[in-house]
Design a protein around this ligand. Sequence first.
Ligand SMILES: *Cc1c(COP(=O)(O)O)cnc(C)c1O
Length: 374
Amino acid sequence: MALRLSRSIVGEAEACAVSRVLLEDGYLGMGNEVRLFEEELAVYLGVSSGQIITVNTGTAALHLAVEAVAPHGGGEVLVPSLTFVASFQAIIAAGCTPVACDCLPETGTLDLVDAEKRLSAKTFAVMPVDYASNPWHLDEVYDFARRKGLRVVEDAAHAFGCTHHGRKIGSFGDMVCFSFDGIKNITSGEGGCVVSFDAQATCRVSDARLLSVEADAQKRFAGARSWDPDVTRQGWRYHMSNIMAALGRVQLARLESEFIPARRALAALYKKRLAGLDDLVFLQTDPNDYIVPYILPVRMLHGRKDSVKDILAGNGIPTGVHYKPNHLLTYFGGGAVSLPVTERLHGELLTLPLHPGLSAQDVEDVCAALHAAL
Ligand SMILES: *Cc1c(COP(=O)(O)O)cnc(C)c1O
């Protein structure tokens, strides 16, 4: 089978769970499976199940989380430019303005010194991104937010299963958003959730995913419906379905036993085989963080990225680019600001294949091709 950059790891167990919903339960919308998935996510993260709000994508999670904490009329959110387009689009969807910030050259994560320079009277939140599953300096981000009176909406799409200084991502903080799209650390076949540490925001997000029909989620979980509803805010059709939740529950059960060890072992093998190679540098991580790598970008120095990418492609090895910086995209200013570190890093970053379906031999083959190329 051809080597893939990333892929979903789903099989018989997921198929059985989905077919159980289809054939036995017959209720495909948001009901019991979603309730159980939220409860199991809460147990995994060590929070109460009321703090977990599942939605149909990670982008929807970010949108609702920003919207729930935004001041009336919107405002500005500090966000690293080096992220998936979803972070920026979600902020705009919430009626707010993304302010692109530079990143640190060693990690690709938010540069707080640069972010501080971009504060304005309209700034109400910061959105750190755990780039390549790296919660680098997350405690400092929270300190910064506390000092400046900002909310924190974490884009933790890469970081499900990771730990920062001994605490699981999603077990502490303000508003934490995960993605369960097809290739993330776990999938519900598209999906995501918000973990909320603010009671008012929890209600807003929970209602907003169901068109802001008040307390509709709780009614659905009890098998009831809202025949006499009230609506006081804008809402969206963002809830998770029983089909998705059934799939996600199986994935969550496989995370610690299969996915985490596989991802970590493959990444460790890459590190070992590529150590000391000229012009190839791994991103820095904190030894006190526990990282479950979703992607494996490395830095190719001295302008060698494109030629190495081509050579690998010629050997049947796909590589990726995470990400084209958002501040260069037309809708987000088309390069009206310049972010020198982000732009330089973008010229260096090359993502190597990584998913639990790779064998050690696959990684050996990629590493051999990299040795030959360099
Ligand atoms: C995957 C991802 C998202 C969005 O998640 P979807 O579930 O695909 O909508 C947001 N931010 C980052 C950094 C991501 O990688």
